[in-house]
Design a protein around this ligand. Structure first.
Ligand code: KMH
Ligand code: ZN
Length: 280
């Protein structure tokens, strides 16, 4: 991964922990999710990281809600942008609940390879749960993205490779700055990226005030970035971002300034080993 490699921007448009009380720009319904995804793709995002909500904003992993959201997104952006469903859902959900969207055979799905304190809660991913989710991901022909909230989660992914359950090249997402997980300082990113196999790719999702500084560091160092209201609701100190698309625009502008080309959805598919819909 170098400054010449096209930059994949993931837009995390919804999440499970941000509500309209925090920012009016967070999408809940399929229509809101689809228009936010369309704005993000127009600004340069090639992956939409997707959670869904009930109409009142409660986080959900309901398959039918995912179906509606994905259909709505596809109607707005076409087949090429990558839809990555969450299998993390919200803390406290069962493995079965979390796996529901996988039967829709989305392009990608997240796989968190360990348990982490998550603010005052615990995001539980014991070995049996990790393997059960991975089996379900693979049974549906979905490409996993390895979510890393702490260094041990990289080690667990390496163990899964040794066990023959995961096959590199893998794509990692370093989620840095969750209270309870790894911090969001630059040295944490340097360290965690040094742990993954050479033929793998990585993106960084800085939480809160860490989002944009870590994104700039990743862009300058040839990594990929994830931004969006799931992770951070501010564009500047005290100023709400007007949707995830504003955060995508911010990092796309920075990439252009430093001479890093943006990945089209088709290029992102190639980098991540996903089939191209354009070629069909
Ligand atoms: N909402 C977090 C507890 C994922 O999408 O896979 C888990 C999460 C990770 O957001
Ligand atoms: Zn998520």
């Amino acid at each position: 991964m170098t400054m010449d490699s096209p930059l994949i921007i993931t837009a995390a448009i919804c999440g499970a922990e941000v509500f309209k009380e925090h920012t009016p720009h967070i999408p809940y319904t399929a229509v809101e999710l689809a228009s936010e995804a369309e704005r993000c793709v127009a600004e340069g995002a090639s992956i939409i990281h997707l959670h869904v909500r009930e109409d009142d904003g409660s986080p959900s992993q309901d398959r039918e809600l995912f179906r509606k959201a994905i259909d709505g997104i596809r109607a707005r952006v076409g087949q090429e942008p990558i839809v990555q469903v969450s299998t993390g859902g919200a803390v406290g959900m069962s493995v079965q609940e979390r796996c529901q969207p996988l039967a829709l055979r989305p392009d990608m799905a997240t796989l968190t390879t360990g348990t982490v304190n998550f603010g005052n809660d615990v995001f539980l991913n014991d070995q049996a749960s990790i393997e059960a989710i991975l089996t379900e991901i693979q049974a549906n022909g979905v490409v996993p993205e390895i979510e890393v909230f702490d260094t041990g989660m990289v080690d667990t992914s390496l163990r899964l490779i040794k066990m023959g359950k995961l096959t590199p090249p893998l794509h990692y997402d370093f989620v840095l700055g969750v209270p309870g997980g790894m911090g969001g300082t630059p040295d944490r990113l340097d360290f965690v990226q040094s742990l993954i196999p050479e033929n793998c790719t990585w993106t960084v999702a800085g939480i809160g005030r860490y989002e944009l500084p870590l994104a700039r560091k990743a862009i300058a160092e040839g990594g990929h970035v994830r931004v969006g209201l799931e992770d951070n609701i501010f564009i500047r100190k005290g100023e709400l971002a007007e949707g995830s698309a504003a955060l995508v625009r911010e990092v796309a502008t920075y990439a252009r300034e430093v001479g890093r080309p943006l990945a089209t959805p088709g290029a992102a598919r190639q980098i991540l080993g996903l089939p191209s819909h354009a070629a069909l």
